[in-house]
Design a protein around this ligand. Sequence first.
Ligand SMILES: [Zn+2]
Length: 299
Amino acid sequence: MPSDPLVAQHVLEFPGGYTRSTGPVVGRFLTELRERRIVGVRTSEGGVLVPPLEYDPATGEPVTGEYVEVGPAGTVTTWTWVQEPLDSHPVDVPFAWALIALDGADTALVHAVVPEHPKAMRAGMRVRPVWREQPTGHITDIRHFAPEVTKIVSPVRAEYRLRAGGSLGVFLAGVERGVLLGGRCERCAKVYVPYRTFCPECGGPIPDTLELPDTGTITTFAINNLPDPRAPEVPFVSAYILLDGADLPMIALVAGVPAHEVRQGMRVRAVWVPESERTASMANIRWFAPTGEPDVELS
Ligand SMILES: [Zn+2]
């Protein structure tokens, strides 16, 4: 009659850590790690052991005592995936335990590799150590290895100053005071904003500025799904807004309303930055937000 085997669970543990002396070879390895260098030791046969050992595991011969800096980059020779890291693992994200042949070494080091994506993990992958900020002389001074950078994303940013000509300067000076300045063509009576000195349609002169309200109506708009530094969130809406009294719309952001609720004919008002933050630029107007008035029938 079969019976269950007797099982006793044993745990061997040294709470608080088991202090052992490293010996000169491993000690040298750990001391170099503290300086963010990885060294191996040369064997009597001329190979380089990483991590270094007192004896060549292949021949049993003592090593030479010649230390050789290797890596820090290396090549993954084989690996196994750890989807759910344990507390005792070096990282708290999914990673691979990998054998890494550091450049210049004849043996491979076991360490964690954190790729950008599990599917990127492969033998032959080139990796580099990611160091702990404050190395202490421990193998965990290397947090983990990460794939070598094979592509970079360069930030592209062009900054330029547009020197405002006479009429644009007049307009921006108005914007700094929180006023939108347009002008009326003497010949055709059309009102343009921003202010300009000649009518773009008939060429007639526009001798004076005309103060326009900061309210208007959306004539047409676009929903944008790519982020823009000026927009509060994605998606955001850019719109042509016909200021009350103007004959030509201006382009601006629309916010304060879900993108899908924006519509033609919607009434909006400029949302200005606080007076203390204003400069002579259109950045003074954060965006236009709905006023809540009934929609306007567009002709
Ligand atoms: Zn005109």
